[in-house]
Design a protein around this ligand. Sequence first.
Ligand code: DAH
Length: 349
Amino acid sequence: MSGGHTLATEIEGLVGECESLLGQASSFEALEALRVEFLGRKGRLAAVMSRLPGLEPEERRQAGAAANKVKDTLGALYLKRQDALARQAETAMLAAFDATLPGRAPAAGSLHPITIVTGEICTVFRELGFDVVTGPEIETDFYNFEALNFPPEHPARDMQDTLYITDATLLRTHTSPLQIRTLESTAPPVAAVAPGKVYRRDSDLTHSPMFHQIEGFLVDREVSMADLRGVLTYFLHAIFGRDTRVRFRPSFFPFTEPSAEADISCVICAGSGHAGTDTCRVCKGTGWVEILGCGMIDPNVLAAVNLDPEEYSGFAFGLGVERVAMLKYGIGDLRLFFENDVRFLAQFA
Ligand code: DAH
């Protein structure tokens, strides 16, 4: 039996074997393995071909022709199977894909409630002609205390637990320093609100070491307590609604004289003091909640910015933004503002 005949038969045998294996290949990986096994550089067809040079010329011609034919046939079978697998994969993908499902909207962020409330408050005052000013969170003792009529060693400094950086620099404990900074650089008439972060050494259920305040002030000739009451009542009605009642109680702050605190009728129990048969937990049954501190700017503060208290007068006020937001939205826990849980934040979108 001639070697050429054997080789040609062997070569043709590869077609049948490869064809049935290709038919069983159920993945692209299996298909690739077969391509390597039969058609690869060190594959079975190549192994057969490597024996051609040892044959007689006529046999070599026959076996070579058979090998080329087989190579084309196997190549075509490979492509056919590859095509079939690709179509199978596509059909499976389309079957798993429900084209009737609604699309997924891109996730959109929303403003933090503190940002929203700060914006609303500033808008009310902007419409009244107030400027919006900001200043540094790292302050000097002068701006945070001394110019605001807290003399060194004055016990009023104990009202606030201060985070000091050095003896003379600190994290501002309130936004009142903006009274000084603004009046230093702007001649009356001046009206401004100053929103921003403030810091105190306080951390428990109802106190955060960082929170937000808005300071406001107006300085001109002949500003009176009546102006203070008119502006603040208008403001509180704008934020909490016209049905909200407002009252002013005497109080004390070093930088105002006289000083007052403003209360609004409790927004949770509408001033009734109770929730059903229970005592209202927000106003503790009083029907009122404290909302801001205010007063006529102390003559010493005006003098600290070189304004003559005989010529000028003004009022100032300060409020906590978290407190306003809690009352406005009925939020019971201060910590929700700082945890940044999207389930909370998304409710303000
Ligand atoms: N600075 C005060 C505080 O942080 C708040 C305040 C009270 C500001 C009365 C004022 C004011 O301008 O008149 O507690």
